[in-house]
Structures are given as C-alpha cells and as structure tokens.
Design a protein around this ligand. Structure first.
Ligand SMILES: [Fe+2]
Length: 178
C-alpha cells in the first residue's frame, strides 16, 4: 500500500538518506563507546566505565528510533556492518587508546554525529516533516550535551587540582574582602 503522508517520494527518500547517515554514525559511535567501556584502564576507570555505559545505552536506543523513522518514511533501514561502514563518517581507532585519548575520540564522535544530524535537517525542514525534525533536534541536544560532558573531563586533566582549588579559594576570599 502506498504511503500518503503529504511528503513526495523524492523528498521522503532524501530525508531517509540523511537519517541513514545519522543512524550509521550513531551505531558506529555506539560500538566504539561500548568498546571503550570494556577496555578502559587507569585511575579514571570507575568513572569512565560507568559513564560510557550510560552513553552506549542511550545510543543503542537512538539507533532504533532512527531506524523506525526511516521505515515510517517508506525506506529500508541500514542494518549490516557493510552498510554502516559505507554510510558512517566516524572512523575506527587503531588498537586500544589510553583513557584520555578515548575521551577525545568520543568528543569528536559526538561532534561528528551532531554535524551529520544538522546536515539532515534542511530536507526535513523543507517539507515540514516535523517528526523527523523533532527526532533530529533531540539527537542534536544529546550529542552536544554529551560532547560537553566529555570535554569537561579533559579540561581538568592537565591541571593540578589541589593548587588550582586552593588558589581559587584564596582569591575568592580576597575578592570578598574588597
Ligand atoms: Fe558492562
């Protein structure tokens, strides 16, 4: 039975293609995050192991929402490693990186998916496909927020926590005294 939701087949195809790229990026980032959950080592182990678990679970659920939106538009969702490898713009990391490199790599990954989602937007916007626009908006929010959280871990990594804390506190006192 033909689909009759007020969007032409050509426009539906264009939107589905954009969503397929977002889906491939999301799946690739899911696998990468799960891999880092398993293989992370070092003093930040507990924090990162748990943080990555929250993140890969979220990505896993998102893959399903993206696939089902593609199906609702009348197209097949990608579902093989070959298809994902062809569609994704996220690259595999060689070997097992150290913890800080894992974080950097995941920041880049979330930023990459955000860009892919943003690229998919105009096709949906053009034909008032609010359902896709809403899904893309949610994905953008999550990826930008997760990138910020991961980035924040790196900002403390290169600095002496003790010295910084003490310095800040005494200067705060001085600021209050004035
Ligand atoms: Fe686990």
């Amino acid at each position: 039975m033909d689909i009759d939701i007020g969007i032409s087949p050509k426009d539906r195809k264009k939107i589905a293609d954009g969503l397929s790229r977002v889906m491939a990026d999301t799946y690739t980032l899911y696998l990468k995050t799960h891999n880092y959950h398993w293989n992370v080592t070092g003093p930040m182990f507990q924090t990162l192991h748990l943080m990555f678990e929250v993140q890969y679970n979220e990505l896993w659920l998102a893959v399903d929402l993206l696939a089902e939106r593609i199906r609702s538009l009348g197209f097949q969702a990608p579902g093989t490693y070959q298809q994902f490898a062809k569609l994704t713009s996220i690259e595999d990391e060689e070997g097992v990186p150290v913890a800080t490199q894992m974080i950097r790599d995941l920041v880049k990954g979330h930023e990459r998916v955000a860009k892919t989602a943003r690229e998919a937007f105009p096709a949906a916007d053009k034909v008032s496909d609010e359902s896709t626009a809403d899904l893309l908006t949610q994905r953008l929010q999550i990826h930008e927020k997760t990138a910020w959280m991961l980035r924040s871990l790196l900002e403390d990594a290169g600095q002496s926590g003790e010295g910084r804390g003490e310095g800040r506190r005494s200067s705060d006192k001085k600021a209050k005294a004035k």
